[in-house]
Design a protein around this ligand. Structure first.
Ligand code: SF4
Length: 182
């Protein structure tokens, strides 16, 4: 079975022990052996000999004792390497070496979980649908509905809804209330 993208949970150690953790990671979690990670990656190499992307997650992947070796291996056999980590508050990098670093904030949607949306500058927001697995297996998934101005922004252009505003003016649809039409 060959995949162009592949995910490895390099360790089940994590100090945060979130109740929704899909890996059931904890302070007692152990890392995978480097040799096992390498043989898994080589066995599943796509026919091109290079993955489009390798995702390294956990637990907390930066706690893996061989994380540098793992990263070096991944960079040799993947166009991109993505690391999921909660170990660093501020990340500084050298643009001579990494020209287009990408930062992604994962926002998990789950019952009784604090939702924090970071500042949008230079940040791509990924909203994660909670999947009941791992330690979160017993929690109920949320009934999530995205409004059509997210799923189908083009629809807003043809929307014929109108709104009587609190100041007596008439505007276009509730998401275009700055467009006064009467
Ligand atoms: S791996 Fe992520 S979700 Fe799991 S306990 Fe650690 S921080 Fe929380």
């Amino acid at each position: 079975m060959h995949k162009s993208e592949i995910t490895i949970e390099v360790t089940l150690f994590c100090p945060f022990e979130c109740p929704i953790c899909s890996s059931d990671a904890s302070l007692n979690g152990k890392p995978l052996k480097f040799d096992d990670i390498e043989s898994f990656l080589r066995k599943n190499l796509p026919p091109s000999g290079i993955y489009d992307r390798i995702d390294l997650s956990g637990g907390e992947p930066l706690s893996h004792p061989d994380i540098w070796k793992i990263l070096n291996l991944c960079h040799k056999i993947a166009k991109k390497v993505r690391l999921y980590s909660n170990a660093i508050d501020e990340w500084a990098f050298n643009t001579t070496i990494i020209k287009n670093a990408k930062f992604i904030a994962n926002v998990p949607l789950a019952p009784n979980v604090d939702i924090h949306i970071p500042s949008p500058e230079d940040l791509e927001i990924h909203v994660l649908k909670f999947i009941p697995q791992g330690r979160g297996k017993k929690l109920q998934p949320l009934n999530i509905h995205f409004s059509s101005n997210i799923t189908n922004p083009e629809k807003c252009n043809s929307c014929t809804n109108i709104t009587l505003k609190g100041d007596g003016t008439v505007a276009k649809s509730p998401c275009r209330k700055d467009d006064i039409i009467g």
